[in-house]
Design a protein around this ligand. Structure first.
Ligand code: ADP
Ligand code: MG
Length: 255
Protein backbone atom coordinates (compact mmCIF):
# COMPACT_ATOMS: atom_id res chain seq x y z
CA UNK A 1 0.00 0.00 0.00
CA UNK A 2 1.32 3.42 -0.95
CA UNK A 3 2.35 6.04 1.53
CA UNK A 4 0.76 9.49 1.52
CA UNK A 5 3.02 12.36 2.54
CA UNK A 6 1.68 15.91 2.90
CA UNK A 7 4.24 18.65 2.35
CA UNK A 8 3.05 21.49 4.52
CA UNK A 9 4.04 24.68 6.29
CA UNK A 10 1.64 27.60 6.35
CA UNK A 11 4.50 29.97 5.63
CA UNK A 12 4.89 30.82 1.95
CA UNK A 13 8.19 30.58 0.13
CA UNK A 14 9.82 27.92 2.31
CA UNK A 15 10.27 25.37 -0.48
CA UNK A 16 7.08 23.28 -0.29
CA UNK A 17 6.45 23.25 -4.01
CA UNK A 18 10.10 22.89 -4.97
CA UNK A 19 10.29 19.90 -2.64
CA UNK A 20 7.00 18.40 -3.84
CA UNK A 21 8.06 18.49 -7.47
CA UNK A 22 11.65 17.39 -7.10
CA UNK A 23 11.12 14.76 -4.43
CA UNK A 24 8.25 13.25 -6.43
CA UNK A 25 10.43 13.17 -9.51
CA UNK A 26 13.35 11.65 -7.57
CA UNK A 27 11.07 8.89 -6.26
CA UNK A 28 9.83 8.20 -9.77
CA UNK A 29 13.40 7.86 -11.00
CA UNK A 30 14.04 5.38 -8.20
CA UNK A 31 11.39 3.17 -9.73
CA UNK A 32 8.60 4.13 -7.35
CA UNK A 33 5.20 4.83 -8.87
CA UNK A 34 4.51 8.35 -7.67
CA UNK A 35 1.49 10.64 -7.66
CA UNK A 36 1.89 14.36 -7.05
CA UNK A 37 -1.28 16.07 -5.84
CA UNK A 38 -1.34 19.86 -6.25
CA UNK A 39 -3.84 21.46 -3.87
CA UNK A 40 -2.43 24.98 -3.93
CA UNK A 41 -4.61 27.34 -6.02
CA UNK A 42 -1.37 28.88 -7.31
CA UNK A 43 -0.71 25.64 -9.19
CA UNK A 44 3.07 25.92 -9.19
CA UNK A 45 3.53 22.18 -8.73
CA UNK A 46 1.36 21.54 -11.80
CA UNK A 47 3.31 23.95 -13.99
CA UNK A 48 6.53 22.67 -12.43
CA UNK A 49 5.93 19.30 -14.08
CA UNK A 50 5.00 20.90 -17.38
CA UNK A 51 1.22 20.93 -17.10
CA UNK A 52 -0.61 24.01 -18.35
CA UNK A 53 -3.77 24.31 -16.27
CA UNK A 54 -5.51 26.52 -18.77
CA UNK A 55 -5.85 23.54 -21.08
CA UNK A 56 -7.60 21.38 -18.47
CA UNK A 57 -11.29 20.83 -18.05
CA UNK A 58 -11.12 19.07 -14.72
CA UNK A 59 -8.77 19.48 -11.81
CA UNK A 60 -8.61 18.65 -8.13
CA UNK A 61 -11.27 21.33 -7.61
CA UNK A 62 -13.95 19.34 -9.45
CA UNK A 63 -12.87 16.29 -7.43
CA UNK A 64 -13.25 18.13 -4.13
CA UNK A 65 -16.69 19.48 -4.92
CA UNK A 66 -17.77 16.03 -6.07
CA UNK A 67 -18.26 16.79 -9.75
CA UNK A 68 -15.78 14.25 -10.98
CA UNK A 69 -13.75 11.24 -9.95
CA UNK A 70 -10.04 11.52 -9.19
CA UNK A 71 -9.23 8.91 -11.82
CA UNK A 72 -10.51 11.27 -14.52
CA UNK A 73 -8.15 14.07 -13.57
CA UNK A 74 -4.91 12.12 -13.20
CA UNK A 75 -2.35 13.15 -15.80
CA UNK A 76 0.59 10.97 -16.78
CA UNK A 77 3.43 13.45 -16.99
CA UNK A 78 6.32 13.06 -19.42
CA UNK A 79 8.57 12.16 -16.47
CA UNK A 80 9.39 8.64 -15.29
CA UNK A 81 6.77 7.08 -12.97
CA UNK A 82 5.27 10.48 -12.21
CA UNK A 83 1.55 11.23 -12.35
CA UNK A 84 -0.17 14.47 -11.35
CA UNK A 85 -3.51 15.59 -10.02
CA UNK A 86 -3.46 19.24 -11.09
CA UNK A 87 -4.79 22.16 -9.11
CA UNK A 88 -7.07 24.93 -10.24
CA UNK A 89 -7.44 28.58 -9.38
CA UNK A 90 -10.99 27.71 -8.34
CA UNK A 91 -9.49 25.99 -5.30
CA UNK A 92 -9.37 29.36 -3.60
CA UNK A 93 -13.17 29.34 -3.71
CA UNK A 94 -13.33 25.72 -2.58
CA UNK A 95 -11.91 26.77 0.76
CA UNK A 96 -15.24 28.52 1.35
CA UNK A 97 -17.54 26.23 -0.62
CA UNK A 98 -16.45 23.12 1.26
CA UNK A 99 -17.37 24.57 4.63
CA UNK A 100 -21.03 23.70 4.18
CA UNK A 101 -20.39 20.10 3.18
CA UNK A 102 -20.72 17.14 5.46
CA UNK A 103 -17.42 15.39 6.24
CA UNK A 104 -15.71 18.41 4.78
CA UNK A 105 -12.36 17.40 6.31
CA UNK A 106 -12.31 14.02 4.60
CA UNK A 107 -13.21 14.89 1.02
CA UNK A 108 -9.66 14.54 -0.25
CA UNK A 109 -9.28 11.37 1.78
CA UNK A 110 -12.28 9.76 0.13
CA UNK A 111 -10.96 10.81 -3.27
CA UNK A 112 -7.41 9.54 -2.78
CA UNK A 113 -7.78 6.37 -0.76
CA UNK A 114 -8.83 4.29 -3.81
CA UNK A 115 -5.45 5.16 -5.41
CA UNK A 116 -3.31 4.14 -2.51
CA UNK A 117 -2.57 0.70 -3.91
CA UNK A 118 -1.76 2.05 -7.38
CA UNK A 119 1.15 4.15 -6.18
CA UNK A 120 4.17 3.66 -3.96
CA UNK A 121 4.20 7.31 -2.89
CA UNK A 122 1.62 10.09 -3.02
CA UNK A 123 2.92 13.59 -2.25
CA UNK A 124 0.52 16.46 -1.57
CA UNK A 125 1.73 20.02 -2.16
CA UNK A 126 -0.22 22.15 0.34
CA UNK A 127 -1.13 25.83 0.06
CA UNK A 128 0.46 28.37 2.44
CA UNK A 129 -2.34 28.32 5.00
CA UNK A 130 -3.82 26.11 7.67
CA UNK A 131 -7.32 26.29 6.22
CA UNK A 132 -9.69 23.56 5.19
CA UNK A 133 -7.65 22.49 2.16
CA UNK A 134 -4.55 21.84 4.22
CA UNK A 135 -6.73 20.15 6.85
CA UNK A 136 -7.97 17.82 4.10
CA UNK A 137 -4.38 16.94 3.22
CA UNK A 138 -3.49 16.23 6.85
CA UNK A 139 -6.58 14.06 7.27
CA UNK A 140 -5.55 11.71 4.46
CA UNK A 141 -1.78 11.80 5.00
CA UNK A 142 0.20 9.12 6.76
CA UNK A 143 2.93 11.62 7.46
CA UNK A 144 3.82 15.27 7.20
CA UNK A 145 7.03 16.64 5.69
CA UNK A 146 7.79 20.17 6.87
CA UNK A 147 10.18 22.25 4.77
CA UNK A 148 11.87 25.00 6.77
CA UNK A 149 13.80 27.79 5.15
CA UNK A 150 17.14 28.54 6.77
CA UNK A 151 16.29 32.19 7.36
CA UNK A 152 15.42 34.61 10.10
CA UNK A 153 12.13 33.66 11.79
CA UNK A 154 12.46 30.08 10.52
CA UNK A 155 10.59 28.74 13.54
CA UNK A 156 7.85 31.33 13.37
CA UNK A 157 4.46 29.70 12.93
CA UNK A 158 5.69 26.21 13.71
CA UNK A 159 3.89 25.99 17.04
CA UNK A 160 0.68 26.87 15.21
CA UNK A 161 1.40 24.16 12.65
CA UNK A 162 2.08 21.61 15.40
CA UNK A 163 -1.13 22.63 17.20
CA UNK A 164 -3.02 21.94 13.99
CA UNK A 165 -1.32 18.56 13.69
CA UNK A 166 -2.31 17.68 17.27
CA UNK A 167 -5.91 18.72 16.65
CA UNK A 168 -6.13 16.64 13.50
CA UNK A 169 -4.63 13.65 15.27
CA UNK A 170 -7.19 14.01 18.04
CA UNK A 171 -10.20 14.52 15.81
CA UNK A 172 -9.63 12.78 12.49
CA UNK A 173 -6.36 11.01 11.89
CA UNK A 174 -4.79 9.52 14.99
CA UNK A 175 -2.04 7.83 12.91
CA UNK A 176 -0.66 11.08 11.50
CA UNK A 177 3.08 11.20 12.08
CA UNK A 178 5.96 13.48 11.10
CA UNK A 179 8.03 12.09 8.23
CA UNK A 180 10.66 14.70 8.79
CA UNK A 181 11.69 18.31 8.80
CA UNK A 182 13.64 19.44 5.76
CA UNK A 183 16.09 22.32 5.86
CA UNK A 184 15.84 24.21 2.58
CA UNK A 185 17.84 27.04 1.00
CA UNK A 186 20.71 25.88 3.11
CA UNK A 187 23.99 27.77 2.97
CA UNK A 188 26.52 26.18 5.30
CA UNK A 189 28.86 29.16 4.99
CA UNK A 190 26.46 31.41 6.84
CA UNK A 191 26.38 31.65 10.61
CA UNK A 192 22.68 32.29 10.37
CA UNK A 193 22.15 28.94 8.69
CA UNK A 194 24.04 27.16 11.46
CA UNK A 195 21.94 28.93 14.09
CA UNK A 196 18.71 27.98 12.37
CA UNK A 197 19.85 24.35 12.10
CA UNK A 198 20.57 24.24 15.83
CA UNK A 199 17.21 25.78 16.71
CA UNK A 200 15.26 23.49 14.42
CA UNK A 201 17.03 20.43 15.82
CA UNK A 202 16.17 21.55 19.34
CA UNK A 203 12.54 22.04 18.38
CA UNK A 204 12.26 18.72 16.52
CA UNK A 205 14.66 16.29 18.16
CA UNK A 206 15.41 13.30 15.87
CA UNK A 207 13.00 14.54 13.19
CA UNK A 208 15.33 16.62 11.03
CA UNK A 209 16.42 14.93 7.79
CA UNK A 210 20.15 14.42 7.39
CA UNK A 211 19.71 15.54 3.78
CA UNK A 212 19.54 19.30 3.34
CA UNK A 213 18.63 21.27 0.23
CA UNK A 214 21.21 23.90 -0.71
CA UNK A 215 20.25 27.32 -1.95
CA UNK A 216 20.99 27.10 -5.64
CA UNK A 217 19.76 29.12 -8.55
CA UNK A 218 19.25 25.99 -10.71
CA UNK A 219 16.40 24.92 -8.43
CA UNK A 220 14.65 28.23 -8.95
CA UNK A 221 15.20 28.13 -12.73
CA UNK A 222 13.84 24.64 -13.43
CA UNK A 223 10.13 25.50 -12.91
CA UNK A 224 10.09 28.03 -15.73
CA UNK A 225 11.03 25.16 -18.06
CA UNK A 226 8.28 22.97 -16.62
CA UNK A 227 10.82 20.37 -15.53
CA UNK A 228 11.88 18.79 -12.27
CA UNK A 229 15.54 19.48 -11.51
CA UNK A 230 16.65 15.96 -12.51
CA UNK A 231 15.50 16.63 -16.08
CA UNK A 232 16.83 20.18 -16.15
CA UNK A 233 20.30 19.74 -14.70
CA UNK A 234 20.74 16.23 -13.44
CA UNK A 235 24.17 16.59 -11.89
CA UNK A 236 23.38 19.87 -10.11
CA UNK A 237 23.60 20.12 -6.33
CA UNK A 238 19.83 20.52 -6.13
CA UNK A 239 19.25 17.30 -8.08
CA UNK A 240 21.67 15.41 -5.85
CA UNK A 241 20.05 16.80 -2.71
CA UNK A 242 16.56 15.61 -3.68
CA UNK A 243 17.98 12.26 -4.73
CA UNK A 244 19.57 11.90 -1.30
CA UNK A 245 16.32 12.90 0.39
CA UNK A 246 14.37 10.29 -1.60
CA UNK A 247 16.93 7.68 -0.59
CA UNK A 248 16.71 8.73 3.07
CA UNK A 249 12.92 8.41 3.03
CA UNK A 250 13.08 5.02 1.31
CA UNK A 251 15.57 3.73 3.87
CA UNK A 252 13.53 5.01 6.81
CA UNK A 253 10.40 3.37 5.43
CA UNK A 254 12.07 -0.02 4.93
CA UNK A 255 12.42 -0.42 8.67
P1 ADP B 1 6.48 27.40 -1.21
O1 ADP B 1 5.83 26.36 -2.05
O2 ADP B 1 6.72 26.96 0.20
O3 ADP B 1 5.77 28.72 -1.27
P2 ADP B 1 8.55 27.41 -3.24
O4 ADP B 1 8.99 26.00 -3.38
O5 ADP B 1 7.60 27.92 -4.27
O6 ADP B 1 7.95 27.65 -1.78
O7 ADP B 1 9.85 28.31 -3.18
C1 ADP B 1 9.75 29.73 -3.07
C2 ADP B 1 10.76 30.37 -4.02
O8 ADP B 1 12.08 30.00 -3.66
C3 ADP B 1 10.58 29.91 -5.46
O9 ADP B 1 10.86 30.98 -6.31
C4 ADP B 1 11.62 28.82 -5.62
O10 ADP B 1 12.04 28.69 -6.95
C5 ADP B 1 12.73 29.29 -4.72
N1 ADP B 1 13.47 28.17 -4.11
C6 ADP B 1 12.94 27.11 -3.45
N2 ADP B 1 13.91 26.29 -2.99
C7 ADP B 1 15.09 26.86 -3.39
C8 ADP B 1 16.47 26.50 -3.22
N3 ADP B 1 16.83 25.42 -2.55
N4 ADP B 1 17.42 27.32 -3.76
C9 ADP B 1 17.04 28.43 -4.41
N5 ADP B 1 15.78 28.83 -4.61
C10 ADP B 1 14.81 28.06 -4.11
MG1 MG C 1 3.97 26.38 -3.06
Amino acid sequence: MGKIIAIANQKGGVGKTTTSVNLSSAMGLKGKKTLLVDIDPQGNASSGVGVDRRTLKNTVYEVLIGETNAKDVIIHTEFTNLDLIPSSMDLAAAEIELVSLEHRESILKNALVPFRDQYDYIFIDCPPSLGLITTNALCVADTLLVPIQCEYYALEGLSQLMNTVRRIKRQYNSQLDIEGVLLTMYDGRLNLTQQVVEEVKKYFPRKVFASVVPRTVRLSEAPSFGKPIQYFDKSSRGALAYEALAEEILTANKR
